[in-house]
Design a protein around this ligand. Structure first.
Ligand SMILES: *Cc1c(COP(=O)(O)O)cnc(C)c1O
Length: 368
């Protein structure tokens, strides 16, 4: 492996695991990791104490946390998280995609949840230290990657309701295989008409566990109706398309314009979403961020004005939407295959991430 281009972080000393997974077993896991099922040998931990700030930053063996049963996160859900991937390039190097954007979003989410901010340099050092320590866990080939989950939890043992005075920041890592094993297949979407995800002034634009907890009943309803994912509408008029439980939506129009719901404060600003807005322009598409009503979606697909719909996020990259299902019935999109624009954008984004295409916007950062 060639020499890393960034300085070795000194602020996360490594306490190496005495019992790492043996290489044969690791190879077996990396051959078919799935998603979020296996974890690497180490994790990052850091503690924040009010008045002192961040301390005890380290890479330690992966393992259970010791948490007081009164820890605030267990009762009041004071928690935020991030999701990002690192990719093995053909030359063996390990690269991350826009990690500064994850650091910035974690800081925004933390402010909304009254948690302390992790400075960008500390965030990048934490991620780099873990990736270098567990570099052997970064799979190569196909669309595999190492998924990183930085997160912050309120650990103070106190049942009074206020922002916690003790917090932990952790980063864990999990090898991920290709999201679509047998080729990209369109997903079906259930329109949630009884539940909403986020309201003005709420936590919709923060990446926090509470949003996910609130989306699970709707996700179960989607599954009960034979659908893969759930789509939420705005909480005020129940009319405008917001996003899926964990992915943003795009609509491709017959004139080549690509439209995504605008950020109103209730939608999570995906890094994949903002990257696609840029890539689409690079590819010559017009782009628009504006409100999209559910009628526009239905009528657009029926009339052919909307030619493709896709969802996007770090885990699945770009996922075509094949059907929209609601109590009123079902609307089939296209012919059950992936549309041309969706395929091109998906390919272009993956080519940048895996180092097969130019990176004109400086999105990639080498970690190891
Ligand atoms: C994380 C997330 C996304 C996608 O964000 P990416 O940065 O593209 O992974 C979209 N919606 C929600 C609710 C999310 O939590």
């Amino acid at each position: 492996m060639s020499a890393p281009t960034t300085e070795t972080p000194t602020s996360f000393p490594v306490h190496a695991s005495a019992a790492p997974v043996d290489p044969a077993r690791r190879a077996e896991i990396l051959a078919d990791p799935g998603f979020g099922r296996y974890f690497t040998d180490h994790m990052v931990t850091a503690t924040w104490t009010r008045g002192t700030g961040w301390h005890d930053t380290a890479v330690v063996p992966y393992g259970p946390l010791q948490l007081d049963p009164a820890a605030a996160v267990l009762h009041y859900a004071q928690e935020v998280f991030e999701g990002m991937k690192v990719y093995r390039h053909a030359d063996g190097g390990v690269w991350s995609f826009r990690p500064g954007a994850n650091a910035a979003r974690l800081a925004r989410s933390a402010r909304r949840l009254a948690l302390p901010e992790v400075p960008e340099a500390m965030f990048l050092d934490a991620v780099t230290a873990l990736v270098r320590t567990d570099e052997a866990w970064v799979p190569g080939g196909g669309e595999s990657s190492l998924y990183l989950r930085p997160f912050m939890v309120a650990t103070e043992a106190f049942l009074g309701v206020r922002s916690a005075h003790e917090v932990k920041f952790l980063v864990i890592a999990s090898p991920a295989g290709s999201y679509f094993k047998g080729g990209v297949t369109p997903v079906s979407i259930w329109l949630s008409e009884d539940y909403t995800r986020a309201a003005f002034g709420g936590t919709g634009s923060a990446k926090c566990g509470g949003n996910y907890a609130a989306s699970l009943a709707a996700q179960d309803e989607a599954h009960a109706n034979g659908c893969d994912q759930v789509c939420f509408l705005d909480a005020t008029e129940r009319r405008y398309v917001e996003e899926l439980g964990g992915m943003n939506l795009f609509f491709v129009h017959d004139d080549g314009t690509i439209v995504t719901p605008e950020l109103t404060g209730t939608i999570l600003e995906g890094i994949t979403r903002s990257s696609i807005l840029q890539l689409a322009q690079d590819l010559g598409h017009g782009v628009a961020e504006r409100r999209v009503s559910i009628e526009e979606w239905r009528e657009g697909v029926a009339s052919g004005r909307i030619t493709e719909v896709f969802a996007c996020g770090t885990a699945a990259v770009v996922t075509p939407v094949g059907r929209l299902v609601s109590r009123d019935g079902e609307l089939v999109h296209g012919t059950g295959t992936t549309g041309e624009v969706t395929s091109t954008i998906r390919r272009q984004l993956l080519d940048v991430q895996y180092g097969r295409a130019q990176d004109p916007h400086g999105w990639m950062r080498r970690l190891a």
